[in-house]
Ligand binder design. Structure first.
Ligand code: HEC
Length: 205
């Protein structure tokens, strides 16, 4: 639950360490083996999400052009997230630093925190593919909630819909304006942080 106190904000892959700390704090928790698997599985799921988003978008741009590709970002991206969520019994989504979709694209509190960390680490020269956010919080009397995020960085092909107004073709601009009157997701440059893939899951007893 969001209102619950954050026990261990962890910046990198230190879940094993966190589990050690939790054990010494004698909080009910699953065995370390299982949690380590959960961590790796979560990482893999985020990677699959990123890869599928990229591939689907790339082929939509190639096959139908940018106007058609709007549908990929609008319909297929949530669909990919939903399928992964159902398959693995957790919650996968993507959020933006400046969201286009005001409902689904806005980060919540911990996701905002993750995006801030990503931004400062990228500014320090860390490579986005080496950055991740991991946090474990208590959820209910027995469970723990694992929160994971991985950066989404803007690539050149994304500027067609997220770049400066001059980079966005007129027909795309018109469609975007009609669908998202309060669109904040423009003026991005390649290499800039666009958002994050976020995964939330319960580590049950
Ligand atoms: C053809 C246009 C188009 C292209 C190209 C495109 N996007 Fe998007 N993007 C959109 C639309 C439309 C949305 C809003 C989708 C929705 O309603 O959830 C969006 C939303 C997003 C979001 C979710 C947060 C938000 O702002 O609502 C992220 C993250 C994102 N795009 C990243 C990217 C990245 C990274 C690329 C390049 C690899 C890219 N997009 C390329 C149209 C595009």
């Amino acid at each position: 639950m969001l209102s619950q106190k954050s026990l261990f904000p962890i910046r990198s892959a230190a879940l094993a360490l966190a589990m050690g700390l939790l054990a010494s704090a004698s909080i009910a928790q699953p065995g370390p083996g299982r949690n380590e698997n959960a961590m790796q599985e979560t990482r893999d799921i985020a990677a699959v999400m990123l890869k599928e988003l990229g591939q689907t978008l790339q082929s939509a741009l190639t096959n139908g052009g940018p106007e058609n590709a709007i549908g990929v970002c609008k319909t297929q991206a949530p669909e990919i997230a939903k399928n992964l969520s159902l398959k693995h019994q957790l919650l996968v989504a993507r959020v933006g630093t400046r969201a286009r979709n005001p409902v689904m694209g806005e980060p919540n509190e911990w996701q905002t925190q993750a995006l801030k960390q990503f931004e400062s680490r990228i500014a320090q020269g860390d490579k986005p593919q080496n950055i991740e956010y991991v946090e474990v919080v208590k959820s209910g009397p027995y469970d723990l909630e694992l929160r994971y995020a991985k950066p989404i960085v803007l690539q050149p092909m994304c500027t067609t819909c997220h770049g400066s107004p001059e980079q966005i073709p007129a027909a795309v601009k018109a469609k975007l304006l009609a669908l998202y009157p309060n669109d904040k997701a423009i003026h991005y440059k390649p290499g800039e942080l666009r958002g994050a893939v976020v995964v939330t899951r319960i580590l049950s007893h």
